[in-house]
Design a protein around this ligand. Structure first.
Ligand SMILES: [Zn+2]
Length: 89
């Protein structure tokens, strides 16, 4: 379901917060992000950049607020070839 807000403040209020569910909150610390963008107009695009809190569709011009909450799905196993496992002591 696509959501539409007047501004970023309203977008924040509409964003899913995952309260009571396992999740993470992204904090961009100047880290270059590489993200695929899938717009409701059907355009698939890609961005690279720091502090990516908003994205603009290159086809229709829609601007999206990026909800920094990310879903966590528990996995029972992790193999080293799947990438670094962060959070280990
Ligand atoms: Zn678009």
């Amino acid at each position: 379901m696509a959501k539409t807000a007047h501004d970023t403040k309203e977008a924040w209020s509409l964003s899913k917060k995952y309260d009571g569910e396992p999740h993470g909150w992204l904090q961009w610390k100047g880290t270059d992000v590489c993200m695929d963008i899938h717009c409701v107009c059907g355009c698939d695009s890609h961005v690279h950049g720091d502090f990516c809190y908003h994205v603009k569709c290159p086809k229709c011009g829609r601007i999206y607020f990026c909800n920094g909450h990310i879903e966590f799905i528990e996995v029972e196993t992790h193999n080293e070839d799947e990438g670094t496992l962060f959070g280990e002591e």
